[in-house]
Design a protein around this ligand. Structure first.
Ligand code: MBD
Ligand code: FE
Length: 249
């Protein structure tokens, strides 16, 4: 199939699907014009990536997944995050809000074998649901960093536990959600891109047991195998061994 044929087929179906719904719901001229006005504002606000990733990326991701454990990238990946030195600690403010999280794990191939030297690119929102290099507030590359797994594919990194996350408020996407009576929440999450020479890379997210939005993620991007359980560590000896002055998870 040529690319023109492909474009013709996909685009015809999308246009037909939209027209069928306009017809089915008897959309009025007022509604049509309000919709167009919203689309124009969506572009002016720079929220097309947010809108598309919340409502449509999950389908593209599912169609293209080549192995277990993947989910959507979302709108806020930024290339070029700082390379971290061991022991890995994500760049953060001295008084970064949130519980301390020490995440350790092993990078495995789709076949289940450790991947020595895998590169992990990790990014997540702060406790106010802001992403550095995207939203005003956090310093450049706050809570973003790259690190490598060791010779056994293992890694450990300290950051904060990201709380339940709401989408940016005050823009056209929020306006759409409000107009339809939908909430604007995702479960708290860590984003990863994991890569290694000779392997396809993996884009995924990790979530936390007990988060109230695990079953109602507005971006439809939760999978059961991506949910972690947290264990609280508050033994003074363990804390001082790690140079921490508060409990960690
Ligand atoms: C996010 O942080 C996100 O991860 C997704 C998928 C959509 C909007 C904001
Ligand atoms: Fe996110």
């Amino acid at each position: 199939m040529t690319s023109q044929q492909r474009t013709h087929e996909v685009l015809s179906d999308i246009i037909d699907a939209v027209n069928a719904q306009l017809d089915k719901h008897g959309v009025t001229y007022d509604e049509y014009r309000a919709g167009l006005d919203w689309l124009i504002r969506l572009g002016h606000a720079g929220e097309w990536p947010l809108f598309a990733d919340v409502f449509f990326e999950h389908t593209v991701e599912a169609v293209n997944a080549t192995g277990p454990g993947s989910t959507i990238e979302g709108p806020y990946y930024v290339a070029g995050a700082p390379w971290l030195e061991r022991p890995y600690v994500l760049p953060q403010r001295d008084d970064e809000a949130g519980d301390v999280l020490i995440l350790s794990g092993t990078v495995l191939s789709a076949g289940g074998d450790p991947v020595p030297g895998a590169v992990l690119d990790l990014w997540h929102a702060d406790a106010d649901c802001l992403y550095s290099n995207v939203h005003d507030g956090p310093p450049a590359f706050n809570l973003r960093g790259r690190m490598t797994a060791d010779g056994d594919g293992r890694f450990e990194v300290r950051t904060i536990v990201p709380p339940s996350y709401h989408l940016p408020r005050g823009g056209p996407v929020e306006e759409l959600l409000n107009a339809a009576g939908w909430h604007d929440w995702r479960p708290g999450h860590l984003h990863f891109m994991v890569s290694a020479e000779g392997y396809e890379s993996l884009t995924t997210q990790l979530y936390f047991e007990g988060d109230r939005y695990l079953d109602s993620d507005i971006a439809s991007a939760v999978k059961p195998e991506l949910i972690l359980s947290l264990r609280k560590h508050d033994d003074p000896a363990e804390l001082s061994e790690r140079g921490l002055s508060r409990p960690f998870y």
